[in-house]
Design a protein around this ligand. Structure first.
Ligand code: FPP
Ligand code: MG
Length: 298
């Protein structure tokens, strides 16, 4: 089924009729296709689910083409990013093409579905803007962090689950909560891995978020537990390129203060709430998606 989504995405790009665009598209690193998997699991018997999955993955890919420009990221999923290979302008424009084509195809789906997805894209763009603004200074407000990750990441995953449930005539509310919590937990785990994994596993430099000015959940938890002197030391390192010693100090403090454990617990709690929500829907696949996502290492 996922293969069908992949082929449909490609045929949408082929239909544009521009070999340069198609060549660029083929160099976009492919991801885990989490959103497509989720849609197919929820609405598997529905032909429109494949179309929805292709549209959502095109939009998601577009957002990452823009995000890598915003974040100056030279790698994506361990491969060269489009901006690293061809420059920022190409990455932005290719993002616009995937985004616009995705919306063109979305307009052929039921209007309820189109509204759920397009509203999420407004949210995710707002979330990205908030992410950029929060990076200007060390953020100690957990509520702002949660609002930002909800919009930036969870909104499109929530919308994917909701739209799929709508197509499959399932309980939209239950799947919305599942999708929202899956999205929140996904981003929290992503933020943890940035601290705990090495560059090779991540396919991007470790501790990159802090260097980019992003005070993610483990930093928020750690900051609360540090002494005043340690807090000052951490603030002095904020948004700087770290030496090996400085990076090791942060990683050691993350362990000492149990900030990582606390952040994992939070992601697990979100996962459990999501599973309770869909417990009587009888989907072991959705349970497995949640478990695999929380236990993943990259
Ligand atoms: C990755 O975050 C970024 C997102 C999930 C959303 C990006 C959204 C936009 C750029 C706005 C929408 C634009 C379009 C064209 C729809 P991250 O930087 O924390 O994660 P990363 O480590 O994967 O880069
Ligand atoms: Mg990024």
């Amino acid at each position: 089924m996922l293969e069908k989504v992949e082929l449909l995405m490609k045929s949408h790009i082929e239909a544009i009729g521009d070999s340069h665009v198609l060549g660029l598209y083929e160099k976009v690193p492919k991801g885990k296709r989490l959103r497509a998997k989720l849609i197919l699991k929820i609405a598997s018997q529905n032909q429109q689910a494949i179309e929805l999955a292709a549209v959502v993955e095109l939009i998601h890919a577009a957002s990452l083409l823009h995000d890598d420009v915003i974040d100056d990221a030279l790698t994506r999923r361990g491969e060269d990013s489009i901006n690293a290979l061809f420059g920022n302008k190409t990455s932005i424009m290719l993002g616009d093409i995937l985004y616009a084509k995705g919306f063109f195809e979305l307009s052929k789906l039921p209007s309820q579905v189109a509204q759920i997805i397009s509203n999420a894209v407004v949210q995710l763009s707002t979330g990205e803007l908030l992410d950029v603004e929060l990076a200007h200074e060390f953020n100690t407000n957990a509520e702002l962090y949660f609002d930002m990750i909800y919009k930036k990441t969870a909104s499109l995953i929530e919308a994917s689950a909701t739209a799929a449930a709508y197509l499959a005539h399932k309980d939209v509310h239950k799947y919305a909560i599942y999708g929202k919590n899956l999205g929140l937990a996904f981003q929290i785990i992503d933020d943890i891995l940035d601290i705990t994994q090495n560059a090779q596993t991540l396919g991007k430099p470790a501790l990159n978020d802090f260097k980019e000015g992003k005070t993610t959940l483990p930093y928020l938890y750690m900051y609360e537990k540090l002494t005043q002197i340690e807090q000052e030391k951490l603030l002095a390192l904020f948004a700087k390129t770290l030496s090996e010693d400085e990076a090791s100090w942060i990683q050691a403090k993350m362990q000492d203060t149990q900030a990582i454990t606390q952040a994992i617990q939070h992601a697990k709690k979100l996962g459990e709430e999501a599973l309770q929500m869909i417990a009587d829907e009888g989907s072991t696949d959705l349970e497995n998606i949640m478990k695999a996502m929380i236990e993943r290492e990259f």
